[in-house]
Design a protein around this ligand. Structure first.
Ligand SMILES: [Zn+2]
Length: 371
């Protein structure tokens, strides 16, 4: 299933919406049209409830987009590349190509999002005021949007990395300690702590009979996984910074024929030679690369019927890198294209192979040695 759809481009940034966004859009519209507005304004009529419900949901979507655009435009002004903005179930994510280079840059980039939401909250509040004598439904919608933008600002300012508040916290610790990795670690831990507090209060509320506790649990769970994932990402990027392809590649690979069965590859080569990756081809002709992950991806009963040529990553799908290419760029492209290995080519000759698992093992070793 497709996970996100591109809906347009603003300031050169691709705008995507995640499939989970549709869930929240329907839920929010339904809750507004069925419960929130009818309870507060009993005499509007069903069509008006739905129209204003959809209008409010769409405006909410625009508000989140403006929040993310604020982050992105500041990032661009700071010289970063912003690839895309994805709107998903709990807001948005701006994909910014690199980690900020200075604490104050990160601080401004983080603060500008919640500031935009506060400005929007104020703007909607003023508009609801002007609508008071003109249209009650619009007044109600703007008032709701004012409140929701304010909540969005406060939620994003929770001090858990990678939320905006967590980034503010990280920038401050970074400024004091001069150590980005350490600052990220602390900010991520605080994020996990805040997440557990939210989970705890959520459960507490449910035990008291208040079902809105589910929201807190949901937000807490989201924050927790974001904090863990954000930290891992920074660790990976900072560990691989300045590491070249030639330091990550293996040079001791063997060449095998594509015609042999997978079973033979396992018995005669993987187990016998204790290697995980092989070049496939006859003579100097490279057909592809096969590695342990390719074998693991097919069921065992197929090992005796499928050939190596059928499971390998074929040559035309391999994207060669050069020995001086950057490690984190290689890992990102492996992950993005969902492939397991790339050949390292120098002057037209394969000099090495990099497997995703090798890069991951390298990161693990570095983190165990704490270097
Ligand atoms: Zn934000």
């Amino acid at each position: 299933m497709k996970h996100s759809w591109k809906i347009g481009k603003i300031f050169g940034i691709d705008i995507h919406i995640d499939s989970s966004w549709f869930v929240i859009f329907i839920l929010l519209t339904w809750a507004l049209a069925n419960s929130y507005f009818p309870r507060q304004y009993p005499d509007w009529g069903t069509l008006m409830y739905w129209m204003i419900g959809i209008f409010t949901s769409l405006s909410m979507f625009a508000s989140v987009l403006i929040h993310e655009l604020a982050h992105s435009l500041v990032a661009k002004a700071q010289g970063e590349e912003v690839r895309r903005i994805t709107l998903f179930i709990l807001g948005g994510v701006a994909q910014i190509s690199e980690e900020p280079k200075k604490p104050w840059k990160e601080l401004t980039m983080a603060l500008v999002g919640p500031s935009a939401s506060i400005v929007l909250a104020f703007g909607f509040f003023v508009m609801s005021f002007f609508m008071a004598g003109f249209s009650e439904p619009l007044k109600a919608s703007f008032l709701y949007l004012a409140i929701i933008n304010f909540i969005l600002a406060v939620f994003n300012l929770l001090p858990g990395f990678p939320m905006d508040g967590g980034r503010v916290l990280r920038a401050l610790i970074w400024q004091v300690t001069g150590n980005l990795k350490k600052a990220t670690h602390i900010a991520s831990r605080v994020g996990q702590g805040v997440a557990f507090l939210l989970l705890f209060f959520g459960v507490f509320q449910i035990l008291r009979g208040d079902w809105s506790g589910f929201w807190l649990i949901f937000v807490g769970w989201f924050l927790h996984s974001a904090a863990v994932r954000g930290y891992q990402q920074v660790t990976v990027e900072s560990t691989l910074k300045g590491v070249r392809a030639k330091e990550l590649m293996r040079e001791d690979f063997e060449r095998i024929s594509g015609d042999i069965l997978v079973q033979e590859l396992v018995d005669k080569f993987i187990l016998h030679k204790r290697e995980r990756v092989f070049l496939v081809g006859d003579g100097q002709l490279l057909q592809g690369i096969v590695c342990l992950e390719d074998v693991k991806a097919i069921p065992r009963e197929k090992w005796t019927v499928m050939t190596v040529a059928e499971i390998m990553t074929p040559k035309d799908k391999l994207e060669a890198v050069s020995p001086d290419d950057d490690g984190s760029t290689i890992l990102n492209s492996l992950t993005a294209k969902d492939i397991h290995q790339v050949p390292v080519v120098e002057e037209g000759k394969v000099t090495g192979i990099i497997c995703r698992s090798d890069i991951l093992r390298y990161i693990q070793l570095r983190s165990e040695l704490d270097i």
